[in-house]
Design a protein around this ligand. Structure first.
Ligand SMILES: Cc1cc2nc3c(=O)[nH]c(=O)nc-3n(C[C@H](O)[C@H](O)[C@H](O)COP(=O)(O)OP(=O)(O)OC[C@H]3O[C@@H](n4cnc5c(N)ncnc54)[C@H](O)[C@@H]3O)c2cc1C
Length: 405
């Protein structure tokens, strides 16, 4: 029996809609479903580093983001207590700006782009189980709210259904490189609080981050050790303001502003990879690779992986390469791209003092603008980590600092 679709994508946000859009642009018959309707919010702040923004530009979607009354953010401030490093990461494909568009804005743009590319989009549609045939995933079964159970078939089902992925659970996707959940976080929005780009304040057992978003609002997120989650939840206001007091310059601006929304938070800041493919299925975005958001990589990573997965599916479905082989290539490319920053992110997420050699490095970066910018490029994903942390480069930074001292 021929399948109605080449690919069904479950989940229509940062991983799902770009995958559906890119596959549809290649001429594949794609169905993308989500139990949410759009525009809608989801539990997430939304800073997108330059490589993610460069992908939006390549896909023809950056103008819509820029026109949504969301200012670009170029400058990064990393305040380590005694001093702050300030700089701008090198551009990605000529894109020097980061953006932090609200998910209500971004996800709607992504869903519309998938539909405009020719993907069939079904929102308000909840997938309940996978359909199997001869040991392969062959489709989905689900329903619109209040509707009958519907079965749809495809050559491949992509789980872009987030941290709690039903697809990943149904196929028992193996987990690897797992680290503990180190932190918990709460975030909210303020009006009348000016920020110049993104500001990060690393403090003992805390991290506070602020950045500009749509409609003149500033998003702020604070992190605590995971063990404090219940304590923080019992008095979010008090704990948030106490954390802010450790960043007095920001606290002063916030006191002069007004909180515009309620606090939202989570302790589910888990860190793991899942094998992202198997017979008739693949995973993209948080469903396949989840990490603490402290370095704000999730959206940019989901965009990257949407491209990598689309290339692999195209190779496999067109018969240019065996599908399994192509998807193994997707896993290898994803892991190679993600792994270095994953370790860095987990280290930062412990909220512990950086190791002594890192503290020395921060000290040595003071006054060295070129290398500070390159360091920010490591976090943004525009400076290869291996290059920056190569002994020769670290040696150059240290020698430069010694000469100044
Ligand atoms: C507190 C916090 C702050 C963050 N801050 C940032 C940041 O600043 N920058 C950044 O890049 N990343 C950030 N992230 C991470 C970012 O939110 C995720 O990496 C990103 O949302 C992943 O996108 P996704 O499409 O894979 O999954 P999701 O955005 O989780 O989307 C999954 C979709 O699947 C749908 N779905 C799930 N199950 C089903 C089903 N059975 N049937 C139908 N639909 C289903 C859901 O409705 C949902 O719409 C943050 C995360 C958190 C928790």
């Amino acid at each position: 029996m021929s399948d109605r679709y080449d690919v069904i994508v479950v989940g229509a946000r940062c991983g799902g809609s770009p995958t559906a859009m890119l596959l549809a642009r290649e001429g594949y018959r794609v169905l993308v479903v989500d139990r949410a309707s759009f525009p809608s919010d989801t539990l997430s702040t939304h800073y997108i580093h330059q490589p993610g923004v460069a992908r939006l530009k390549r896909w023809g979607l950056l103008d819509a983001v820029a026109a949504s009354n969301c200012p670009p953010a170029r400058r990064l401030t990393f305040d380590v207590g005694p001093f702050a490093l300030v700089g701008t990461p090198p551009p990605a494909d000529g894109v020097a700006e980061a953006y932090a568009p609200r998910r209500t804005v971004l996800d709607q743009i992504l869903v519309e782009a998938a539909a405009a590319a020719g993907a069939e989009v079904r929102t308000g549609f909840s997938v309940q189980e996978l359909v199997w045939e001869g040991g392969r995933v062959a489709g989905i079964r689900g329903r619109a709210e209040g509707g009958q159970s519907v079965t749809e078939r495809a050559r491949v089902v992509v789980g872009a259904d987030g941290l709690h992925s039903l697809v990943a659970r149904a196929v028992a996707a193996p987990v690897y490189n797992e680290r503990p959940a180190f932190g918990c976080a709460y975030y909210t929005y303020w009006s009348g609080v000016p920020v110049d780009g993104a500001e990060l304040y690393a403090r003992p057992e805390r991290m506070i981050i602020a950045g500009p978003t749509n409609d003149g609002l500033t998003v702020t997120i604070a992190y605590w050790p995971a063990a404090m989650f219940h304590e923080v939840r019992a008095d979010i206001d008090g704990h948030f303001l106490a954390a802010l007091e450790q960043a007095p310059g920001l606290a002063e601006r916030i006191r002069a502003g007004r909180r515009a929304e309620r606090f939202r938070g989570t302790a589910e800041l888990r860190n793991f990879f899942r094998k992202p493919y198997g017979p008739g299925w693949a995973l993209v975005g948080d469903a396949g690779y989840h990490k603490d958001p402290i370095t704000a990589e999730g959206i940019s990573d989901a965009f990257r992986d949407a491209e990598l997965l689309t290339e692999a599916l195209d190779e496999g479905l067109s018969g240019r390469r065996g599908l399994d082989d192509a998807l193994a290539g997707y896993q290898a490319r994803r892991d190679e791209a993600a792994m270095p920053l994953y370790e860095f992110t987990c280290q930062l997420a412990t909220l512990q003092e950086p190791p002594p050699e890192m503290q020395q490095l921060f000290g040595a970066l003071r006054g060295n603008q070129e290398q500070t910018d390159r360091f920010f490029g490591v976090i943004a994903g525009t400076t290869p980590m291996a290059e920056f942390f190569a002994p020769e480069n670290i040696g150059r930074i240290m020698a430069g600092a010694a000469m100044v001292a």
